[in-house]
Design a protein around this ligand. Structure first.
Ligand code: SAM
Ligand code: ZN
Length: 278
């Protein structure tokens, strides 16, 4: 899909506006960024990279894609849609920060179209180029490789930021949001994937939930979503482990126990908070 430029784009190096010219995105200081043939731009500066291949790996993105496309978390996507739809218009700029392979953004878009509402402007970015390559295959939107720490978007240009299981940077979200702009924050709750965690960790520590509102935001609405996903098969169990940080934290024995499972039922426990920039 061809790259879709947006007037809110700014240069990650000097903050000047970016424009699409001759297959590149350029600022007036002639910093230039190639448009990838897959339809995205990599606006990650050297300072924003903490490794050569930052963010989720190709294997993690493929696992998340398979798991989410199997529909196991569809009710979460529906809850996100129910919460956000009343707040989105055709003029809105909706930004998914750390969008991964953009399953939730695509579900939101489908929900909007199904409801007969016109499509808003949608932009997704992630620090992982593998994530953005997968996202750009889904539908036409502005897709960027970029970091939450240095979002290449103008100040006060965004109506809604979506931050699902992401590496939040509230100062950046505040900067890019318009006055009274909205932030959807989705986080794992204390009971999230408890059965799986019992299997892979010898001792389970209590999970601390951050209930504090980020500075400069007020609460519009919050919801808690709990549901069970029965009988995941081996492929889905291995995908789930790979798409979460658990695989890296689990003990060797824990990983063996998980690998031996033929089937597993999981419980999902997530909190959704819709916040408004003060
Ligand atoms: C747990 S995944 C969630 C992905 C997606 N929001 C979802 O719910 O399916 C976290 C994502 O954050 C990305 N990420 C990590 N650090 C980031 C950063 N500094 N800026 C933007 N994205 C980042 C990872 O590459 C990964 O795709
Ligand atoms: Zn520049």
């Amino acid at each position: 899909m061809p790259f879709r430029p947006h007037e809110a784009l700014r240069c990650p190096l000097d903050g000047l506006p970016l424009e699409l010219q001759d297959g590149c995105v350029r600022c007036p200081n002639l910093h230039s960024f190639d448009v990838a043939r897959q339809g995205y731009v990599n606006l990650l500066s050297a300072q924003d990279k903490r490794s050569k291949d930052p963010g989720d790996s190709q294997a993690m993105i493929a696992a998340r894609h398979r798991f989410l496309e199997a529909g196991h978390y569809r009710s979460l996507a529906d809850s996100v849609g129910d919460l956000l739809l009343p707040h989105i218009t055709s003029d809105s700029l909706v930004v998914d920060a750390g969008c991964g392979e953009a399953y939730y953004l695509e579900c939101l878009r489908e929900g909007i179209l199904k409801s007969g509402q016109p499509e808003p402007q949608m932009l997704g970015f992630d620090i992982s180029k593998w994530a953005i390559q997968a996202a750009a295959r889904r539908f036409s939107a502005t897709w960027l490789v970029a970091s939450n720490r240095n979002i290449p978007l103008r100040d006060a240009s965004v109506d809604l930021v979506i931050d699902m299981f992401g590496f939040s940077d509230f100062a950046s979200f505040t900067r890019i949001l318009k006055p009274a702009g909205l932030l959807l924050r989705v986080q794992a709750g204390a009971q999230h994937l408890l059965e799986l965690r019992h299997i892979i960790y010898p001792e389970l520590k209590d999970r601390k939930e951050s209930t504090m509102l980020p500075e400069g935001f007020s609460l519009v609405q919050n919801a808690r979503l709990e549901f069970d996903v029965p009988r995941l098969d081996r492929q889905s169990i291995s995908d789930l482990l790979l798409m979460t940080p658990h695989l890296f934290r689990a003990s060797a024995d824990g990983k063996k126990r998980a690998a031996a499972l033929e089937s597993l039922s999981i419980n999902v426990d997530v909190s959704l908070e819709l916040l408004r920039k003060a």
